[in-house]
Design a protein around this ligand. Structure first.
Ligand code: HEM
Length: 493
């Protein structure tokens, strides 16, 4: 017994703090910052090939850790989720989220928990999603009409899906509150501001990595975001005031927009579900920022894949003919039967995850992952393009094969439990908008593919290269030409 104790005590000095993960050396002060160019994700892949399942680098003084294997993803998002589900906002996101009063960029605290609960249960609950269906439908029908009236002309597919998804979101947020003409004017203004804010949030900001220089705001990013936020705030204040005035009227129509749901919660003074005016604005912005570009870019990638995989396109259209019928328009209730379409969307999100590094996490305390020390406040990134194309988990990983999702139930889930496939993230921070995202992706893509045949303009080929800012976008916009597919012209009316 005493020998055992002695051995243990002698071993204790060996229990030293594990080392930091391996990784490339950068320049003094700037670290790896100058090496990150446009092909950031390729670079992350090269480093994964060189250093293995986990590596680190410095951006200025910020330590970044990249996770490249499903088993280490599990350690981060499941085994130590209570530590790693924290976020540390950068300067632009703080300015754009009413100082982290939103869900996506808030640190892990009781306010985040309450907001997320309100969002998931009340705003995106089944009843609320059901009650906002007509608002989605109006906008999808408008997009179909728009393509129909421009038949024969090349459609800028990314722009079409972005505009439609933003209109869908705006209509769900505050549809019915302003008159149509005023709504269009506000919509245009809103669209411009959102695009600018999202772009700024995706730009690497030197001030984030060299805090000593942050006060200089060298690139002027903070100032620019704050300027756009003033315009955004004006729009929000105006719509909220209008909505408050006519709450009763909207209720009677049977349609219920999200703003109305939130304002009703605000009136519940005693409830845990109560929400402040500032939080309402931050939530509205979260919905737009998290929900628009992500869905639009996924639809554009899906269409790009389908235009070069004609067999998959044929399979979807056959399924649509069978389930919906060429004498009918697509409705959301058709979705559960569109299994091949669902598989196409899943395969698209495997190859082209809209948020390829997830939203960065930042541990609340120093911890150990894969046998390496991860200091408190490091920036932890999950390398989805590497993990979701790993040949040890996926057959012919670079090929677009929706069939792989048709029969394998385990791979079929978006729930974040299969750590080889987490396009919506995983753990406490998993995408809070998943039920709406799935509906929007399926419904818009189904409607466009059911209503029209699509082909590339003569002589065009598809460039599948990407750029990565806030989301993973195609570098070259996809142009496609539509011809009507349905039997009756009034189905486009
Ligand atoms: C194709 C569509 C979408 C994709 C691929 C996507 C993906 C993601 C990912 C990867 C995250 C980070 C998860 C993590 O860190 O583990 C996230 C977070 C989030 N998403 Fe989505 N998303 C989509 C659509 C939406 C929509 C439509 C909404 C809302 C209407 C939404 C709202 C949010 C929010 C609020 C968060 C932050 C959650 C938190 O930090 O607690 N997303 N999303």
């Amino acid at each position: 017994m005493s020998t055992m104790l002695c051995t243990k005590m002698e071993l204790n000095p060996l229990k030293r703090t594990p080392p930091l993960p391996p990784g490339p050396r950068g320049l003094p002060i700037l670290g790896y910052l100058p090496f990150l160019g446009n092909n950031l994700l390729h670079k992350f892949g090269d480093l994964a090939g060189q250093y293995g399942p986990i590596y680190k680098f410095y951006l200025g003084s910020q330590l970044c850790v990249v996770i490249n294997s499903p088993s280490l993803v599990k350690e981060v998002v499941r085994d130590q989720d209570s530590i790693f589900a924290n976020r540390d906002s950068n300067i632009a996101t703080l300015a754009a989220t009413y100082d982290g009063n939103d869900i996506g960029f808030s640190p892990l605290n009781s306010q985040w928990r309450a907001m997320r609960q309100i969002f998931v249960r009340e705003v995106l609950g089944n009843n609320s999603l059901q009650a906002s269906y007509d608002l989605r439908k109006d906008e999808v029908r408008k997009a179909i009409r728009d393509v129909y009236t421009n038949i024969g002309k090349p459609v800028h597919f990314g722009e079409l899906s972005f505009r439609t998804e933003l209109n869908v979101i705006m209509n769900m947020m505050w549809g019915g509150v302003v008159e149509e003409e005023e709504g269009q004017r506000l919509g245009e203004e809103f669209r411009e501001v959102v695009i600018k804010i999202v772009d700024l949030m995706g730009k690497p900001n030197v001030a984030d990595y060299l805090p000593a220089l942050a006060w200089l705001d060298i690139q002027g990013i903070k100032k620019e975001v704050e300027g756009h936020m003033q315009s955004m705030d004006r729009i929000f204040e105006y719509v909220v005031a209008k909505c408050r005035k006519m709450l009763g009227g909207i209720k009677k129509e049977g349609k219920k927009n999200f703003l109305q749901v939130m304002l009703e919660l605000q009136e519940k003074e005693d409830s845990e579900m109560s929400i402040s005016p500032r939080q309402i604005k931050a939530l509205l912005l979260d919905i737009v920022i998290a929900g628009t570009d992500t869905t639009a870019t996924t639809i554009e990638w899906a269409m790009a894949e389908l235009l070069q995989n004609r067999k998959a396109m044929e399979n979807i259209q056959n399924e649509l003919s069978k389930v919906v019928g060429l004498n009918n328009e697509v409705e959301e209730f058709h979705m559960p039967k569109l299994k091949y379409l669902e598989a196409v969307i899943k395969e698209t999100m495997r190859l082209h995850p809209a948020i390829p590094l997830l939203i960065p996490r930042s541990p609340t305390q120093t911890s150990t992952i894969g046998g390496y020390t991860i200091p408190k406040k490091s920036m932890v990134l999950i390398n989805l393009p590497w993990i979701q194309r790993d040949p040890s988990s996926w057959d012919s990983p670079l090929e677009f094969k929706p069939e792989r999702f048709l029969h394998d139930n385990k791979k079929c889930q978006f729930s974040g439990n299969n750590f080889n496939y987490i396009p919506f993230g995983s753990g406490r921070r998993i995408c809070a908008g998943m039920p709406l995202a799935e509906r929007m992706l399926m419904y818009l893509l189904a409607s466009l593919l059911h209503s029209f045949e699509w082909k590339l303009p003569d002589g065009e080929t598809i460039d599948m290269s990407y750029t990565f800012g806030a989301v993973l976008r195609k570098s070259t916009p996809l142009l496609a030409i539509a011809t009507p597919r349905l039997s009756e012209p009034n189905l486009y009316g």
